[in-house]
Design a protein. Structure first.
Length: 326
């Protein structure tokens, strides 16, 4: 009997050399998927390659890699290599990212993100066939590129999406969407835009999980996470669209004025409770289930264990589908 999709974010808080053993333990506990997040730690492909070699059935995905930080051909070759290691088990998640990552860290120009992602999806579709690609896209041109080793099973392509334009693009030109920083109730609002492209579109959601019952610890960690992310313009606009303008404006104003401490204090508990799953393991699992009930097809946990010397998968195992009630 196949297990329902249940994913976790890698790399874990352990050396990559330790990951084969950890991956096997997570798989035995019911985790079906390993998804990478590429920000400022390890790249998005190497941890998935380690996972693919550790288990012959694990499903893999990038959530996400940016078309601004790799050229079109390099992105196609890298994806083809992982698809070769894990045929039929790899999903390529692409997304624009954000201005700090693209411009401040990678020296590229963060402009026209909708068009750049759309053009990248179209190029990848063509490249994965093995045909020669010569095309003037709106945001870049490719002249005479051909994958000499196209994947026998082309990876599915998903698009990281926040608001209606990109959500519709994910459903229309890709195989589905990757969601981030939203509540289970928010899922109900965004999924219909993706399903305009077809009811079979995948909905992957990265869910931040803090399996801690101490409220002060939850507030301290959660507020730092929210001010780090929701002050980034693309996420601020997303939450304005979702209807959180009134709740978050005081925090945004304090952050813009440079008062970081006051911004932390102004994160409403209601927003923290909406966006970060927290509590005991059984409570967390019940909250994660609300995401799948709302339309998420692959929940991907980003587990935060506040203990600096904690076992790298202890909290994940407590959240696993096969974990006993506690």
């Amino acid at each position: 009997m196949s297990l329902a999709p249940y994913g976790i974010t890698v790399p874990l808080n352990a050396p990559l050399a330790d990951h084969p053993r950890l991956i096997r333990e997570l798989r035995a506990a019911g985790y079906t998927d390993m998804w990478s997040a590429e920000v400022d730690g390890l790249d998005g492909f190497t941890p998935l390659t380690v996972a693919a070699l550790a288990d012959p059935d694990v499903r893999l995905g990038t959530a996400i890699v940016s078309p601004y930080t790799r050229g079109p051909a390099t992105l196609a070759m890298t994806a083809a290599a992982l698809a070769d290691v894990a045929p039929g088990r790899f999903t390529l998640g692409v997304g624009a990212g954000s201005a700090p990552i693209v411009e401040a860290w990678n020296g590229a120009t963060f402009e026209r993100p909708y068009q750049r992602v759309r053009d990248t999806v179209r190029f990848l579709r063509a490249a994965f066939t093995g045909d020669k690609v010569t095309e003037e896209y709106e945001t870049f041109a490719v002249r005479g590129f051909r994958l000499s080793r196209p994947p026998a099973t082309p990876p599915r392509i998903l698009v990281a999406a926040l608001r209606p334009g990109m959500l519709r693009l994910a459903g229309r030109e890709a195989d589905g969407a990757i969601l981030n920083w939203l509540s289970a109730e928010d899922v109900k609002r965004v999924v219909p835009f993706v399903h305009e492209g077809g009811p079979d579109r995948a909905i992957v959601a990265r869910i931040f999980v803090l399996p801690v019952e101490d409220r002060d610890t939850v507030r301290a960690i959660g507020r730092r996470m929210i001010t780090s992310y929701l002050t980034v313009p693309v996420y601020a606009e997303f939450h304005r669209w979702l209807g959180r303008t009134e709740e978050l404006t005081p925090m945004w104003r304090a952050w813009a004025e440079g008062d970081r401490k006051r911004a932390l204090d102004l994160v409403p508990d209601s927003v923290l409770d909406d966006l970060i799953v927290h509590g005991g393991p059984a409570e967390c699992r019940a909250k994660i289930a609300r995401y799948t009930d709302a339309g998420v097809t692959v929940p991907v946990l980003a587990v935060i264990d506040p203990r600096p010397d904690a076992d790298p998968i202890e909290a994940a195992l407590a959240l696993a589908p096969t974990a006993p009630p506690r």
